[in-house]
Design a protein around this ligand. Sequence first.
Ligand SMILES: *[C@@H]1O[C@H](CO)[C@@H](O)[C@H](O)[C@H]1NC(C)=O
Ligand SMILES: *[C@@H]1O[C@H](CO)[C@@H](O)[C@H](O)[C@H]1NC(C)=O
Length: 361
Amino acid sequence: MHLLLELQLILSLPAQCFLLNSHSIHHLIFYFEITVAFLEISYNLPVQVLMYMGPDVLKEVIENAELYPIRGLFKFQDYFDEINAYYHRTYKHDCGVKTGWRDLDELYNVVPGELTIVTGVPNSGKSEWIDALLCNLYEGYGWKFALCSMENKVREHARKLLEKHIQKPFFDGRYGGPAERMSVEEFEQGKQWLNDTFHLIRCEDDSLPNIKWVLDLARAAVLRHGVRGLVIDPYNELDHQRPANQTETEYVSQMLTNVKRFAQHHACHVWFVAHPRQLHHWVGGPPNLYDISGSAHFINKCDNGIVIHRNRDPEAGELDRVQVCVRKVRNKVAGTIGDAYLLYNRATGRYMDIPKTNEAE
Ligand SMILES: *[C@@H]1O[C@H](CO)[C@@H](O)[C@H](O)[C@H]1NC(C)=O
Ligand SMILES: *[C@@H]1O[C@H](CO)[C@@H](O)[C@H](O)[C@H]1NC(C)=O
């Protein structure tokens, strides 16, 4: 306010004053410097030019000037382009893309920039289900992915992905049953697809990767190769050394904040696989999201929480039936809570919709 008064004072002086024929020169130089500093800070104008043109021009500019934007303070108007695009669905992936499974599409869509936590007891097929989802997203939308998969050998992972893509087993024999093995031509074409579609994030030496290292590489994969999804499988295998003054809760919270910031900033979907902690009284049902170690934060911070479960008791139902439990969906545009069932094909590793009974008739 003080500066403003000074400024008005100087602007109301007649033009001759600028020619230094009244008061003391020192006084005017002082005002002059204040004015320049004020204008430069507030209006970001080439002040020397204005001063040269005289006080009237200067005054006019000040009166008509728009307020200099304040960093960090916005109106919705500043986002109208983005909001319009959302409403008119100009960016068609904004509201999420379909998983490719009829029943699951009602519950869960994959939104760029969101974080999905996937859990399930060991051997429930959670990693394999994510692989199948990636194949569907490639087929539907041509998405590419970065994979940070710490429990898979590369060649095993390649086999699982190729079987899903080509829809034939990699080998003859046992698990393939009577299904025909993929041919050499199909295998060669499949390798090309693997090379074009996936980027591997792997620690070559024996050390465990930490989350920052993974996110930095994923960022490079987004910028250089345009990947739309990142899989971290499993979270438990990352290096979780934390500063001595940080509790586990603080650590998990901060780590998830970093993951979400990465996802949002790069419009990349992140799937985080987390093993549940030891279940002491497990009776065969799907685990709870709260069973993940470091728990509450996973549920608070993730956008979507999914539990994959497979029936192991022949008495209780078919063994190839997989239950996809959507336990949390933050964004109601993207889905809702509920369970969907899929059929697992052992020969190809694919997950299929269960035929509707009236379709089967
Ligand atoms: C694999 O992909 C890279 C680019 O991502 C390409 O330069 C390279 O030639 C590909 N390799 C084969 C064998 O096609
Ligand atoms: C933990 O210690 C580091 C330095 O070792 C410091 O920079 C940081 O602010 C500390 N954090 C908390 C929460 O005290």
